[in-house]
Design a protein around this ligand. Structure first.
Ligand code: CMC
Length: 424
């Protein structure tokens, strides 16, 4: 049996055989037979935009691997910065490489004083931290004009280090600003996750004592969010990067896409949904309203996972570790019940709707003291190495600018009508 497909243009009777390679068929071949006939694929649900060696995702089997390593093993044995190195460089680091990488990231956590004072002060007092993060990251490009030299691998790597290092600093600054609290400088003695907590929560004391269980859980959450192949925000970052814009602009585009409630904003939406449901005995009514199309069960469903989201399973376990320290989140029982009801209901089962990464992450973040507005920001910190790994891979591949086609369904040509001649 040939590993190929044959397409026939029934208008002309012409046929063409196209090889199937790496699970795809080359659309450039299709174009040769059918110029001007486009694949119509809203949401790009069946379109591969790139060949990538970073993350493997099998939505039927519930498999997620970074550079070949199963997410379960990385969550158990690795650290976020080691995973970031893996995603960017393709291999796990040896001890010297890891030490140098951690040192580099740790020593690029500071942001320019002009940025900290003048830029941040421009926001309204109650600005959403995700809006602040998105525009602040774009603003960083003005501090590093060399970032435009995207063809130079050393320049690219410097911006990658800067972005991974500065995301927690900017994120914490956005939070402190919204609370009217003074900025806390990074503490280079602390790990990535502990330093972030220090910048978020330190008050008066010279040193922040991060709880080791919560710090580990936060690091695991960052690992689970670090990459997810061609998702909405990574695609946004790649599309912007494909025009050869600098990486700060590309990552800012990633942040903007992540903000929406169908993507990274879902963790915030889950908590708001649980609050709106209000109590355990309202769950059945809520499920009925979802089935009538009056809303969605946030934290459920995924474009790719059609069995289960492996990240959700790891998060559920992490939630129990966190609750041992913080006490049980009162919303957990509602979430568990909601999951139980949904998983036994034909509406959800027949549509392959299972809990995704966002269903339990918000409960953990809330128990750790993060305000709801910060949940998507936490996702963005975790996803930054993934965005950058894809941006870097794309530039190494020398890919073309993203420029999809459309099926035009509007009016044909017509003549301009002067304002006075138009009907009321
Ligand atoms: N609650 C109720 N019904 C749903 C849900 C949901 N969460 N998700 C999908 N459906 C239904 C949808 O109404 C449709 O039903 P029908 O066939 O009768 O019209 C069917 O399932 C297919 O939905 P779809 O919108 O075509 O699916 P999609 O692949 O385009 O959307 C999704 C994927 C994640 C945007 C969607 O499942 C959703 O909105 N989920 C809630 C938001 C959420 O939790 N997002 C986080 C995703 S994981 C984190 C990340 O990587 O971003």
């Amino acid at each position: 049996m040939a590993d190929s497909i044959t397409i026939t243009d029934n208008r002309s009777g012409e046929s063409m055989e196209i090889p199937i390679k790496d699970g795809g068929v080359d659309a450039a071949e299709w174009r040769k037979l059918l110029p001007g006939i486009w694949f119509h694929d809203p949401g790009l649900a069946t379109t591969s935009n790139t060949a990538s060696a970073i993350t493997e995702l099998d939505g039927i089997e519930g498999v997620l691997r970074y550079r070949g390593y199963p997410i379960e093993q990385l969550a158990e044995h690795s650290t976020f910065l080691e995973v970031a190195y893996l995603l960017i460089n393709g291999e796990l680091p040896n001890q010297t490489e890891l030490d140098n990488w951690v040192h580099e990231i740790t020593h690029h956590t500071y942001v320019h004083e002009n940025f900290r004072k003048r830029f941040s002060d421009a926001f309204h007092y109650d600005a959403h931290p995700m809006g602040m993060l998105t525009s602040s990251v774009a603003g960083l490009s003005t501090f590093y004009p060399e970032a435009k030299e995207i063809e130079d691998p050393d320049v690219r790597m410097r911006q990658i280090v800067r972005l991974i290092a500065k995301m927690p600093t900017i994120a914490a600054a956005a939070y402190r600003y919204s609370q009217g609290l003074p900025f806390v400088f990074p503490d280079n003695d602390l790990t990535y996750a502990a330093n972030f907590q220090s910048m978020m929560y330190r008050v008066a004391k010279p040193k922040f004592e991060a709880d080791p269980v919560l710090t580990k859980a936060l690091d695991v959450l960052f690992i689970l969010h670090a990459d997810h192949e061609q998702n909405c925000s990574t695609t946004a970052a790649r599309v912007v990067g494909s025009s050869h814009a600098d990486p700060y602009s590309a990552v800012s585009a990633g942040c903007a896409a992540l903000y929406g409630p169908r993507h990274g904003g879902a963790n915030e939406a889950v908590l708001r949904m649980l609050d709106d449901i209000g109590s355990y005995d309202q769950i059945d009514d809520f499920i009925e309203s979802v089935k009538k199309g009056e809303g969605r069960l946030m934290g459920f469903g995924h474009r790719v996972y059609k069995s289960y989201d492996p990240r959700a399973q790891i998060i559920k376990k992490a939630a129990h570790d966190v609750f041992e320290v913080t006490g049980r989140n009162p919303l957990l029982d509602m979430a568990l019940k909601l999951e139980e009801v949904a998983l036994s209901d034909d509406y959800f089962v027949s549509r392959n709707l299972y809990p995704n990464v966002d269903f339990y992450s918000g409960l953990i973040y809330q128990s750790m003291g993060f305000p709801t507005e910060m949940f998507t920001v936490l996702f963005a910190i975790g996803r930054t190495p993934g965005w950058l790994a894809h941006w870097n891979e794309m530039l190494e591949q020398d890919s073309r600018i993203s420029r999809p086609r459309q099926l035009y369904v509007g009016e044909g040509e017509r003549s301009y009508v002067p304002l006075a001649d138009r009907s009321a």
